[in-house]
Design a binder for this molecule. Sequence first.
Ligand SMILES: *[C@@H]1O[C@H](CO)[C@@H](O)[C@H](O)[C@H]1NC(C)=O
Ligand SMILES: *[C@@H]1O[C@H](CO)[C@@H](O)[C@H](O)[C@H]1NC(C)=O
Ligand SMILES: *[C@@H]1O[C@H](CO)[C@@H](O)[C@H](O)[C@H]1NC(C)=O
Ligand SMILES: *[C@@H]1O[C@H](CO)[C@@H](O)[C@H](O)[C@H]1NC(C)=O
Ligand SMILES: *[C@@H]1O[C@H](CO)[C@@H](O)[C@H](O)[C@H]1NC(C)=O
Ligand SMILES: *[C@@H]1O[C@H](CO)[C@@H](O)[C@H](O)[C@H]1NC(C)=O
Ligand SMILES: *[C@@H]1O[C@H](CO)[C@@H](O)[C@H](O)[C@H]1NC(C)=O
Ligand SMILES: *[C@@H]1O[C@H](CO)[C@@H](O)[C@H](O)[C@H]1NC(C)=O
Ligand SMILES: *[C@@H]1O[C@H](CO)[C@@H](O)[C@H](O)[C@H]1NC(C)=O
Ligand SMILES: *[C@@H]1O[C@H](CO)[C@@H](O)[C@H](O)[C@H]1NC(C)=O
Ligand SMILES: *[C@@H]1O[C@H](CO)[C@@H](O)[C@H](O)[C@H]1NC(C)=O
Ligand SMILES: *[C@@H]1O[C@H](CO)[C@@H](O)[C@H](O)[C@H]1NC(C)=O
Length: 739
Amino acid sequence: MHPFLPLLALGTLAHAATSSLDGIYTLVQRQIPDHANSFAFSLTQAYGDTFVLSDAADGNGIDIQCSTVSACARGLYTYLTQYGHVDIWWTGSRLSQLPSPLPVVGTPVNGTAIVPYRYHFNTVTFDYTAAWWDWDQWQVMLDWLALRGVNLPLAWVGYEYFLIQVFQEVGLSDEDISSFLSGPAFQAWNRFGNIQGSWGGPLPTQWVDSQFALQQQIVARMYELGMTPVLPAFTGFVPRAMSTLYPNASIVNGSQWDGFPTDLTNVTFLEPWDDLFGKMQKSFIAKQQAVYGANVSHIYTLDQYNENSPYSGDPTYLANISSETFAALRAADPEAIWMMQGWLFFDDEIFWTTDRISAYLGGVSGNDTMIILDLYSEIYPQWQRTESYYGKQWIWCELHDYGGSIGIEGNLPELVSGPTQALAASPGMKGMGLTMEGQEGNEIVYDIVFDQAWSPTPLNITAYVESWVSRRYTVSPLPATAQDAWTVLSTTVYSNNVSYATTKGIFELEPAISGLTDGFLTLIPYDTNTTIVPALQNLIAATGENPALLTVPEFLYDVVNVARQLLANRFIDAYDTLVSTYNSSTATSAAITAAGKPLLSIISDVDALLWTNEYFLLPTWISSARGLAGGNSTYADYLEYNARNQITLWGPDGEITDYASKEWAGLVGTYYYQRWETFVDYLANITASGATYDNTTLHEEMLSIGEAWDAEIWSGDWGVNGDTMDVVHDIVSTYIDSQ
Ligand SMILES: *[C@@H]1O[C@H](CO)[C@@H](O)[C@H](O)[C@H]1NC(C)=O
Ligand SMILES: *[C@@H]1O[C@H](CO)[C@@H](O)[C@H](O)[C@H]1NC(C)=O
Ligand SMILES: *[C@@H]1O[C@H](CO)[C@@H](O)[C@H](O)[C@H]1NC(C)=O
Ligand SMILES: *[C@@H]1O[C@H](CO)[C@@H](O)[C@H](O)[C@H]1NC(C)=O
Ligand SMILES: *[C@@H]1O[C@H](CO)[C@@H](O)[C@H](O)[C@H]1NC(C)=O
Ligand SMILES: *[C@@H]1O[C@H](CO)[C@@H](O)[C@H](O)[C@H]1NC(C)=O
Ligand SMILES: *[C@@H]1O[C@H](CO)[C@@H](O)[C@H](O)[C@H]1NC(C)=O
Ligand SMILES: *[C@@H]1O[C@H](CO)[C@@H](O)[C@H](O)[C@H]1NC(C)=O
Ligand SMILES: *[C@@H]1O[C@H](CO)[C@@H](O)[C@H](O)[C@H]1NC(C)=O
Ligand SMILES: *[C@@H]1O[C@H](CO)[C@@H](O)[C@H](O)[C@H]1NC(C)=O
Ligand SMILES: *[C@@H]1O[C@H](CO)[C@@H](O)[C@H](O)[C@H]1NC(C)=O
Ligand SMILES: *[C@@H]1O[C@H](CO)[C@@H](O)[C@H](O)[C@H]1NC(C)=O
């Protein structure tokens, strides 16, 4: 505690955050209108982010004293969750269920953030999860963030609006620019310089304009809620035509990304010592500041080598790149701080030797000048190998949820102990954050990180899970079996001390006779029968004890999710049987067809299960995309193609096929079903004819199924179908009881 520091001293953290309380009061009005006048916030002078919760002196309502607006929101959240026993989830806000009269606090309670920055989002989350979000969805998300105490969110939406103007200023034609920009579902990788250009049609002007309008709302709301948005900057990635236009400019091509053809990758990069770079940076930031405000943020996201190899590995070259990049940023904004994702140091560890990392980071002088996101801290932290990024500020981040996969998995013990240990060991650690690729499922592993950011000692997981479950399932009495389900999950699949970051069901992958079950995204590192099975049985038993659970959306979500995982895991057994049947010396075509039947039944059963819950529907993804077209069907069809292609072929020709696959009703029952049906037929056919297994022919066949599926327009149901518990009871009798 440093009680005499004036509020301005907090500026050392480069927070440009607001000190107006208006935003927090309007958050209360939005989320808990019935208690809009029951909360009184007052800003106090204190070092860091801290709050004190107490009952109002006159006995009416709750007082929250707080040192920052972010701490005010966190103070409110602490009251709502710990006293009111309500929460806001990814499946929706239940805060309006706060009881009346309000529960009393009793002895005042303090809270203090253990780190100055609480960070959220990965560049790719903007596509895997938020691609089609409208303002309503953003509003819920921003309240979710504010309440958890996040003060440093990434804000990428609408980036292209100013970028296009900057490109036009240097003389690039509309055609040049259009050949550079990627489609709405793929902008993250264009912003990273991994890909350029579009498939399925050029990026429409409507998209650019409407995303820019959305970003203005997002940035204003972030600011109002006490956050410092991390804003984009000019990265150096430019249209190919830049070399023709400026033959003497310092321009190189980047590396090829994930099998994309040269015209869609090898992105052209303007080296930062070229005068044009500084000019474009200055113009970009000036435009951005003119619209969002000059002091809304001085923190910029800027990644040049994320899955993109530098032109040269010479440390002098790397130091020069970063030094000149930073100089250009500072020339545009004298208070600029450069944030980058540290994924490259893990992903391309062979290239990024400590000498090279040290040169690249060392090119930027000072330590407060950069923030590195240690992107995968819970499994492959890089801060130790880099001597805490050689003194730069860094943030401990949880990654998880690759491509939006929702396999049940996590490591709660590491999530509570990792950050506090790192903080003790590394003075440069200034934050904790979530950098999940997609944001859905496994919510507990995300919640616990932001709660740990306000606890100096590792949270007690047993107590944490108990409290989390009791406010997730807002019924009274809450059956003990509901808690038992989570005791099983939290001590097994969520205490998983092996190296994974979620798993996906293998039926989501392109069928093949080998290679599906040993990928690091598909290994199931636990015994389903002693984990998922008792968890599901306990959840079902709980509905017998208190049927009111069936009215709780989060409970139904969890039932569907656990049953979904059971089926995904049982599919592996069925698949193994099919493979051994095919490989047996006495294999017949009939035996293969018979062994294939259980696989197709599981896929149909997964689809039927998912249709019963609104959070697992392909049509939601498609209708959100189409909904942004405002009734223009050409534009809507284009958006639907983007939406479909991302979750299936991911590229015009299946470049990273199935990476962002989804267990969604409508996708499982059509696309995955058709692929596996074709696969079983194929194995039966070649067994009958004596032909050899030819993975190239098979792959071509699968690709054509994908291309046809991507070109379709959804004509099925748009909403839920069937009753969850009916389907779940059938699943139990088929996949647990009868075996
Ligand atoms: C809680 O905050 C109050 C008011 O700032 C302060 O007087 C008290 O010492 C704090 N208590 C703890 C345990 O930090
Ligand atoms: C590029 O450099 C060459 C050689 O120095 C010079 O002759 C030429 O005029 C320059 N071109 C442009 C467009 O600046
Ligand atoms: C980059 O790649 C394109 C396409 O192959 C090529 O035409 C161009 O010359 C390359 N530019 C540089 C600077 O190497
Ligand atoms: C594209 O990148 C790959 C990998 O770095 C490289 O081999 C190839 O030459 C590049 N192509 C062009 C045209 O730059
Ligand atoms: C931004 O803040 C600086 C002080 O850090 C101040 O000098 C400047 O006037 C502010 N700009 C605007 C537009 O508010
Ligand atoms: C970086 O390299 C360029 C081109 O060789 C050179 O002009 C510039 O002075 C260098 N900058 C630094 C900071 O070394
Ligand atoms: C930055 O941090 C490193 C490592 O802790 C330290 O050696 C160096 O003196 C610091 N530099 C500045 C400018 O504070
Ligand atoms: C953790 O919480 C549980 C449940 O409240 C309690 O029984 C246990 O003693 C606590 N463990 C520690 C180490 O405090
Ligand atoms: C509909 O969208 C398409 C594609 O973006 C666009 O070319 C066309 O002008 C739009 N039509 C109308 C009537 O706005
Ligand atoms: C299997 O053989 C049947 C009968 O010849 C044929 O109709 C079908 O297309 C074949 N399927 C595959 C996947 O090869
Ligand atoms: C086919 O199998 C070979 C050998 O396992 C492998 O190298 C190749 O990538 C596979 N091709 C396809 C299209 O899966
Ligand atoms: C799991 O349970 C199923 C169904 O009861 C059974 O068929 C299977 O053998 C069990 N697996 C293990 C590893 O015990």
